[in-house]
Structure formats: structure tokens, C-alpha cells
Design a binder for this molecule. Structure first.
Ligand SMILES: Cc1cc2nc3c(=O)[nH]c(=O)nc-3n(C[C@H](O)[C@H](O)[C@H](O)COP(=O)(O)O)c2cc1C
Length: 403
């Protein structure tokens, strides 16, 4: 195996930055072993809760959304693991023995006001061989009603209490997994940092309803015609994920484990460039299986070749520093002129219509000599507005050249 993807996260050496997220693909020790055998560098067990909390799932609980015949998002209303803590502890010990080189991460959840429960779970995790433990403060459905999951990272004081309790009891580094369903995620990340977290994981799923069956007149994911607000994952949530990675990194400077919408190697590179150090995947594995990791690795390696990088660490970036205020952009906004690329323009008029109907009205068609023919002309778009900054175009056949 190539060493070029070899990296480090929270002091642990891993063969690549890819990590199976805490979710159905890590629902048992056996599945985590399958993931390791397929080539994943790290895996996070499906979240376990206090022993006395009954976990009973509904069915159905998963629904995907497709566009252009490809899944772009998924809603789930699944709870945390329904398997007993003692079973998990045995499986984690076995995994540790069998996979000394892999990064094994525990995942726990307890009520936001029960610090004893948090301490007990952490103590149970101590000594089973995990390299780190993730605190799941992000599950958006089913658990918040029981004072667990997302409600815990919607209140900075609760975040602080949980993290400081966990950190005080843990023998290994702590990752704090936050919900994106807050107005100000920076406050939550800072509270986690004050509590002593070693890293932040963002994002858990985004609150949503995946869609409506317009003929059956009911939500797509429903039980008896009724639905509950669930967690949206998959490629569509990547913009929210990138935003949260940038904000949490800005607010804390801590290592970030990114999760949310990674479906290809280039999604992963975007997160690395934004400032993340680990790349978690869930939905894409649920759709295509563990073997996607081979393609993810191959894609990363060819990217390194293209960019002339020797190692994956050279692909990491600090673009979170480039995420700034609107005022800054306004001050530095250039007065670049925009030109239509006449060579590629087919004169289809789409951009003219789009630009007019979008309210910018900066384009029209003009005739130019058709050089492919000895005589005659062809139509191309031209920029007519003085306010060229306002030109927008969603038409795929037109390229704008900044001159
Ligand atoms: C069906 C399902 C179950 C999940 N269960 C958990 C869980 O038990 N603990 C947790 O921390 N996150 C859970 N998640 C969230 C994922 O770990 C991940 O953060 C999220 O799905 C975003 O990544 P993705 O876009 O690659 O799926 C679950 C997600 C899905 C789709």
C-alpha cells in the first residue's frame, strides 16, 4: 500500500484520512472489521447510550432523494445503536487486537443533564483499546426528546458540562460532534474547547424533510402517513459541512474531523483544504459499500500527482482563513470586466434569457462572422451592461473570461 496517503490525526498514525462515520456502516464490530479490510484508515462505532435507555427504531426510517439518477441526499430517523454496551465493549477489544494499525473511535451519548451517565460511559470506554471517543451531541431526532443528541449542542453551557466531564474521565482524546442546527456554531465549538475537547466533528445531520409523494399525498418517509423531522445527509449537505468546518476551525483552531456529504475523493480534498484533518463518510457507503475507499484513495493519489505533492499532508489547507465578512469582500471587490468566450458560445440564447429574467439584463445576442464557413455569420452572446459585476449566468454552454 502506498505511503503517500499516510497521515496523522489526534496523534494516531493512519494509512489514509478516510474514516467510517458513526452510523449503520459501523453498526457492529464485524462491520467495522469489514471496513478495515476494505482499506478504511479509521472507523467510529455507532453511538451507544446508557444501558437503561431502550432504543426501539421505527420502520421505514431511511429515504434517499435522487437527481439525474444519482442519490444526492438522504433523510433518516434512525436512533443510536440498540445493542448493549457490554456487547460493544467486547467487540471493541477484539477489534483492537485484530487491527493494531487502524484508528478505532468510540461514540457515546447520554442525557445533557446527567453527568454521571456521561462519566460512566467514558469509564466503560477506557481500557477497551479505542484511540479516541466521539461525544455525539448532534443526533436530531428521537434522542433530543430524551434530553440527548442535538439538544446538547444547542446550549453552550451543556456542551461545556458534558465535554469537561468526559475529558476529566477519559484516558484517550475526545472529539465533540456538533449539530449544524444552530444559529451560532462557533459558540458551541468554543464551549467544547473550554471543556477541553481535543477535536471537533462537524456536522451531524441537518434537520429536514426529504420530500413529498405528490400522488399519494404524504411525506416520502412516513409511518401511517405521518413523518418526523429527520436528519439529512449526503452530498447535498456538503455546503453546510464546509461552512461549519470553517467556523469551528476559526473559533477554536482545534483539529477537525469532517463529516457531511463526502461522496468523492474531491469532496474530501475540499474539506482538507478548508482545514479538516479527518474525512468521515456515511451515506455514500450506505449507497455503494465499503469498497468505494479504493476509488477514494486512487482519486487522492492522482490529485497528488496532478498537483506535484508528495504526501496527503501537502494537500491540506487553511481556507477557513479565507472565509471572511461581506464587508471585506465589498472593500476588495474588483471591477473586472466580463467577456463572453465567443469560441465556445453556441448562441443558444439561454444565458440571455436567464440573465434578463434573473433581473440583471446584461447580455444580448450579436452576429459575428462565422470563421468555419467562408461566408455567413453566427450568433454569440455579448455583454451590454455597464454594471458588468451584475452579470450572472447559469447556462452551461457559456464561459465568461475575466479580463
Ligand atoms: C441512518 C443514519 C444513522 C446515523 N446514526 C448516527 C449515530 O448513531 N451517531 C452519530 O454520531 N451519527 C449518526 N449519523 C450521522 C453520520 O455519522 C454522519 O455524520 C452524517 O450522516 C453526515 O455524513 P454523510 O453525509 O457522509 O452521511 C447517522 C446517519 C445516518 C444516515
Amino acid at each position: 500500500m502506498s505511503q503517500r496517503l499516510h497521515t496523522e490525526f489526534l496523534g494516531v498514525e493512519v494509512e489514509n484520512p478516510w474514516c467510517v462515520a458513526s452510523a449503520p456502516p459501523a453498526a457492529t464490530g464485524k462491520l467495522m472489521a469489514d471496513a478495515f479490510d476494505a482499506g478504511w484508515g479509521a472507523a467510529i462505532m455507532k453511538t451507544v447510550g446508557p444501558v437503561e435507555e431502550p432504543i426501539i427504531n421505527v420502520a421505514p426510517r431511511i429515504q434517499t432523494m435522487k437527481k439525474w439518477n444519482r442519490e444526492i441526499a438522504m433523510q433518516n430517523i434512525e436512533l443510536i445503536t440498540d445493542r448493549r454496551l457490554s456487547v460493544w465493549l467486547d467487540e471493541l477489544k477484539t477489534l483492537r487486537k485484530r487491527y493494531p494499525q487502524k484508528m478505532i473511535i468510540g461514540s457515546i451519548m447520554a442525557p445533557g443533564h446527567d453527568m454521571d451517565a456521561w462519566a460512566q460511559l467514558i469509564e466503560a470506554m477506557n481500557g477497551v483499546g479505542c484511540d479516541a471517543v466521539e461525544l455525539n451531541l448532534g443526533c436530531p431526532h428521537g434522542m433530543p426528546e430524551r434530553d440527548m443528541g442535538a439538544v446538547c449542542s444547542q446550549d453552550a453551557e451543556i456542551v461545556y458540562n458534558i465535554v469537561s466531564t468526559a475529558k476529566g474521565a477519559s484516558k484517550v482524546p475526545i472529539l465533540t460532534k456538533l449539530t449544524p442546527n444552530v444559529t451560532n456554531i462557533k459558540m458551541m465549538a468554543q464551549a467544547a474547547k473550554r471543556g477541553g475537547t481535543d477535536a471537533i466533528t462537524v456536522i451531524n445531520t441537518v434537520n429536514g424533510i426529504i420530500g413529498v409523494d405528490i400522488y399519494k399525498r404524504k411525506p416520502h418517509l412516513s409511518v401511517n402517513g405521518y413523518t418526523a423531522i429527520g436528519g439529512i445527509s449526503g452530498n447535498a449537505v456538503k455546503p453546510m459541512g464546509l461552512k461549519c468546518v470553517a467556523e469551528c476551525k476559526q473559533a477554536t483552531g482545534l483539529p477537525i474531523s469532517a463529516t457531511g456529504g463526502i461522496t468523492t475523493w474531491s469532496d474530501g480534498v475540499e474539506y482538507l483544504l478548508m482545514g479538516a484533518g479527518q474525512l468521515q463518510v456515511c451515506t455514500e457507503i450506505m449507497i455503494r459499500g465499503f469498497k468505494i475507499v479504493a476509488g477514494l484513495n486512487k482519486g487522492l493519489e492522482s490529485y497528488l500527482d496532478q498537483m506535484g505533492y508528495q504526501t496527503i499532508d501537502q494537500a491540506k489547507g487553511e481556507l477557513y482563513k479565507n472565509v471572511t465578512t461581506f464587508e471585506y469582500l465589498l472593500e476588495h471587490s474588483s471591477s473586472e470586466k466580463v467577456q463572453v468566450n465567443e469560441e465556445t458560445c453556441t448562441g443558444c440564447n439561454l444565458c440571455v434569457v436567464a440573465c434578463h429574467d434573473a433581473g440583471y439584463d446584461a447580455l444580448k445576442l450579436k452576429e459575428i462572422p462565422d470563421l468555419k464557413r467562408t461566408q455567413g455569420t453566427r450568433k454569440v452572446a455579448e455583454v451590454i451592461s455597464i454594471n458588468v459585476r451584475g452579470v450572472i449566468c447559469a447556462s452551461p454552454c457559456v464561459q465568461f473570461l475575466h479580463v
